[in-house]
Design a protein around this ligand. Structure first.
Ligand code: UT7
Length: 318
């Protein structure tokens, strides 16, 4: 027993920031960002927290599912950009939604939505929950270094959510972790213990070695998708859509060519939202669902990759 999807929702804050807007204070250009990343605009929070965005995406997913909110037994939230370590952003979302259920958080950076799906599958397998909310929500603008053109132009804010119930539609998954804080990271403030040696502080803003991440990402998509297709006796003709983490249009393009799977099979909205980290896959799923593009029984691959370093891919039947 695993789960099936009953409804989807998403939310992006109303402020739209174009590449030209960023060029006002960064040494960059609309041309460079479109060509090297594939982003035309992104949404940035002015005052909404990751929890606020998560709650809005979750509310629309609950509405879309037709489920009575009282039936939801678990909120599982993927995020790296909450306001506090305590309470967790997941607890804040539970409070905002007024639900009486357990809430916990998964941190696996941009791959975290897949890690959250895997975690929730365990709860369903044990018969512990009837309905669950799985959410990816990021206020990336909170942890971005807006003086660093290598990261500030890529990311955006937003949230996506799924309502799940027990079922058999979570078919298979792969996960890979290669612990490393050189390639991608974001520190936390160090406390004021009088016993600490100095110099331990890591910048509490996101940093990334773009090229190393790019290579890791392309290999991750290719290896993880191939592994799931092979071991489930499928071909890419059996897959309705590949819904990848929206990190960079060129990463998706490279993966498409390496896999010899046409770009039409890849769902993409990075041009309008940028890279929303753990929110990108559920936001894309909601867009596909609301556009009526997903049919019951469609097979989807959800490859994700990023900080950790970590990568993951889920094979999901709609
Ligand atoms: O979601 C989490 C995982 N993250 C990712 O998957 C992101 C992976 N990496 C990337 O998407 C790309 O590596 C970046 C978009 C971050 C950078 O693109 P790139 O094609 O790898 O650029 P680069 O770092 O090789 O830099 C190429 C040139 C350099 O100039 P020179 O040395 O050739 O003169 C950079 O200084 O582009 C310059 N550059 C920029 N120019 C204008 C770097 N960033 C910018 C910028 N605007 N924002």
């Amino acid at each position: 027993m695993s789960f099936r999807v009953l409804g989807t929702g998403s939310y992006a804050p109303p402020k739209v920031v174009t590449n030209d807007d960023l060029s006002q204070f960064l040494d960059t250009s609309d041309d460079w960002i479109r060509q090297r990343v594939g982003v035309k605009e992104r949404h940035f929070s002015v005052n909404e927290t990751a929890a606020d965005m998560a709650a809005k995406a979750a509310s629309t997913a609950i509405e879309n599912s037709g489920v009575n909110p009282e039936e939801i037994d678990l909120i599982l939230l993927a995020t790296i950009s909450g306001e506090s370590q305590v309470p967790s952003t997941a607890c804040m979302v539970q409070g905002l939604l007024g639900l009486n259920c357990m809430a916990l958080e998964v941190n696996a950076a941009c791959s975290a939505f897949d890690f959250a799906l895997e975690t929730v599958a365990g709860y369903f397998a044990r018969g512990k929950v009837r309905k669950a909310l799985v959410i990816g929500a990021e206020r990336m603008s909170r942890i971005l270094d807006f003086t660093d053109r290598g990261t500030a132009v890529i990311f955006g804010d937003g949230a996506g959510a799924l309502v799940l119930e027990a079922g058999e539609n979570y078919i298979d998954s792969v996960f890979y972790v290669q612990g490393d804080d050189e390639v991608i990271g974001c520190g936390l403030p160090v406390g004021n213990s009088p016993y600490y040696e100095r110099g331990q502080e890591k910048k509490p803003l996101a940093y990334m070695d773009g090229q190393a991440t790019f290579k890791f990402a392309v290999n991750a998509i290719v290896n993880d998708c191939n592994e799931l297709v092979r071991r489930n006796g499928l071909t890419y003709d059996d897959i309705a859509y590949i819904v990848p983490h929206q990190a960079n249009m060129r990463i998706i393009d490279f993966a498409s060519r390496k896999l010899k799977v046409p770009m039409e099979k890849f769902s993409v909205n990075i041009d309008r939202f940028g890279n929303t980290s753990s929110a990108s896959i559920p936001m894309m799923l909601d867009e596909l669902n609301r556009a009526g593009k997903l049919k019951r029984g469609d097979l989807l691959l959800l490859p994700a990759f990023g900080g950790g370093l970590a990568s993951a891919c889920c094979l999901l039947k709609w």
